[in-house]
Design a protein around this ligand. Structure first.
Ligand code: OAD
Length: 236
């Protein structure tokens, strides 16, 4: 069980593993998305310029899978933690699904973007809610400026969103918990190394992540089983 004192500030980093028990495939490992798709063909600026229909086909498939999924006990445990800790909790997810919000979390930073938002690839019009499935042979939708509408996703080679807020929260945290992330994708993989000289650092997932040596504690198990028990004293 986690002990959190009134002076503590908790930073949570979630990855694909937190949504695995909701039926959304992870990226690496058996059944992972990157076993069936090549990143450079569907998730990079080059892919978008080469074949935007294929990119939309990939994200439309993912929109369909994510809209059929429901939050699991790990998402609910983190929403209850927000009720208990309020602004002493910072949740940063690498996930683009909306399962944290659907479980009741009100304040989640999506560093890799959001699956149900789109934006123009040319102008500064802000990202907007979009649940459409753009499957071939549909035309790629256009912005008023003439640019093409693309998924609001941080692709490989692009800079993740909200890094200033994220690094400010890392600077303040005294407890850092990573859940269901393989610890190989930067910059998220290095967050723990930024804080482990002064914060308690904890990993939760069924297997050790690649950066396991930088954590002070590792709790092996599925997020949906470990997290509710872990936070029980804080959120009875
Ligand atoms: P990965 O697919 O790399 O890793 C998923 C992790 O979840 C693995 O370490 C699994 O052991 C763990 N896992 C599996 N089932 C779990 C469960 N029930 N409970 C807890 N953990 C479980 O996914 P990420 O680390 O999130 O980026 O990947 C990081 C980024 O790489 C993604 O955001 C995505 C991807 O390419 C972009 O698309 C930009």
């Amino acid at each position: 069980m986690l002990a959190v004192y009134p002076s503590d500030r908790v930073f949570i980093l979630t990855g694909a593993g937190v949504s695995a028990e909701s039926g959304i495939p992870t990226f690496r490992g058996v059944g992972g998305l990157w076993r069936n798709y090549r990143i450079e063909e569907v998730a990079s600026p080059e892919a978008w310029h080469r074949d935007p229909r294929l990119v939309w086909e990939f994200y439309s498939m993912r929109r369909q899978a994510a809209s059929a999924a429901k939050p699991n006990p790990a998402h609910f445990a983190l929403a209850k933690l927000e009720d208990a800790l309020q602004d002493r909790l910072f949740v940063c997810t690498q996930n683009v699904d909306s399962l944290h919000e659907r479980a009741g979390s009100g304040n989640v930073v999506h560093m890799h973007g959001e699956l149900f938002k789109s934006r123009c690839d040319t102008c500064d019009r802000p990202p907007f809610d979009d649940t459409n499935l753009y499957e071939p042979p549909a035309e790629i939708p256009r912005c008023e400026c003439g640019g093409r509408i693309r998924p609001h996703i941080c692709w490989f080679g692009e800079v993740p969103f909200e890094l200033d807020r994220i690094y400010a929260a890392l600077d303040e945290c005294t407890v850092f918990i990573a859940v269901g992330t393989s610890g190989v994708v930067e910059p998220a993989a290095s967050f723990v190394a930024q804080v482990n000289d002064r914060a308690r650092t904890i990993y939760v997932g069924p297997e050790n992540p690649a950066n396991v040596s930088t954590f002070t504690e590792c709790h092996l198990g599925k997020a949906g089983e470990v997290l509710p028990a872990f936070f029980r004293r804080l959120c009875p």
